[in-house]
Design a protein around this ligand. Structure first.
Ligand SMILES: [Zn+2]
Length: 252
C-alpha cells in the first residue's frame, strides 16, 4: 500500500533537488495541517513565523554535511515529508534568534514532536534543534527510513506504543538489502547505529526506552573510568549487608 512518500514525494521533480524546499505541499497532509495550525496560532500570539524547510533531498543533506552544517550524512525525517523547520520571520527574513520554547508548546499541543526536547522534556538531550518539528517519534525513525512504516492519519507520536518502538530499534535488517521505499538500507543502518549509541545524535527516546541505554552507559563509565571505580567498590561492599537484611526479612 502506498503512502505520501511513495505516491507523491518519490514522484516529485524536486526529489533529487539540492535546493532548499519550503513548499508546504511536500509535507504529508496531516503534518502540513498541523504545521499550518502552529504558524496560525503563533500569529495570534503576536509571533510571526516562516516555514523555512519542508522536504529535503539526500543531495541537499550531503551538501549540508559537506559544509559542516549538519553532523548527519544521511537525510532524516524531512525526506519523508514528516518534518518541518519553522523559524521567526523578522522583516520578511528568516531568524533563528530568541527563545523557541513557544514552538515546543505549540508543537506538543498539535501532536508534533519538537526538536527542542524530542518529545520528552524529562531527559537531557545533548542535541537539540529548536526550530524543528516532526510527526514521528525518534524511535520510529529506523522503520520509517527502512520503508517498513509510515504514519497513518490517526497516528499521534505522543500515544505511540513504547514496546513497538523498542522492537523497531533493536531488529536491524540484513546489510545491503533494499527497503520498500527504495532507500538504500545503509541509510536506515546508519541511523540505527546512531540511535543505538548514547551519542549526541541519539537524543530522542522516551524515558522508558532511554533508561536501559543510560544504565549501560553508566556501567560502561564505571568500568572505563578509574575515578568512578570506588563507586563500584561501594556497591560490592554494600551488597552483603543488603542481602542479609533481605534474607532476614524473608525468614521473619
Ligand atoms: Zn529540521
Amino acid at each position: 500500500m502506498g503512502n505520501f512518500y511513495t505516491d507523491v514525494i518519490q514522484k516529485e521533480p524536486r526529489f533529487q533537488s539540492a535546493a532548499r524546499v519550503a513548499d508546504l505541499a511536500l509535507l504529508e497532509p496531516i503534518t502540513r495541517q498541523l504545521v499550518q495550525q502552529i504558524v496560525d496560532s503563533a500569529q495570534k500570539m503576536g509571533i510571526s513565523l516562516m516555514v523555512f524547510e519542508t522536504y529535503r533531498s539526500q543531495a541537499r543533506q550531503q551538501e549540508l554535511f559537506n559544509n559542516g552544517a549538519t553532523k548527519l550524512r544521511a537525510v532524516g525525517v524531512h525526506h519523508y515529508g514528516l518534518a518541518c523547520d519553522i523559524v521567526r520571520s523578522v522583516g520578511g527574513e528568516p531568524s533563528w534568534k530568541g527563545d523557541f520554547s513557544f514552538l515546543g508548546q505549540l508543537a506538543h499541543s498539535s501532536g508534533l514532536i519538537w526538536g527542542g526536547d524530542w518529545g520528552d522534556p524529562s531527559i537531557h538531550h545533548s542535541f537539540v534543534d529548536p526550530v524543528h518539528v516532526q510527526r514521528c517519534t525518534i524511535a520510529r525513525q529506523p522503520a520509517l527510513f527502512a520503508g517498513t512504516w509510515y504514519p497513518d492519519d490517526s497516528y499521534n507520536p505522543y500515544t505511540d506504543d513504547p514496546h513497538l518502538l523498542l522492537a523497531a530499534t533493536v531488529s536491524p535488517k540484513p546489510a545491503g538489502s533494499k527497503s520498500a521505499g527504495g532507500q538504500p538500507r545503509s541509510q536506515g543502518r546508519s541511523h540505527n547505529k546512531l540511535l543505538s549509541e548514547c551519542s549526541a545524535a541519539r537524543p530522542m527516546f522516551s524515558l522508558r526506552i532511554a533508561t536501559p541505554c543510560r544504565v549501560r552507559c553508566f556501567l560502561r563509565s564505571i568500568v572505563s573510568c578509574k575515578d568512578a571505580q570506588p563507586w563500584l567498590d561501594k556497591i560490592v561492599i554494600l551488597k552483603f549487608p543488603l542481602l542479609a537484611v533481605l534474607f532476614s526479612s524473608v525468614l521473619l
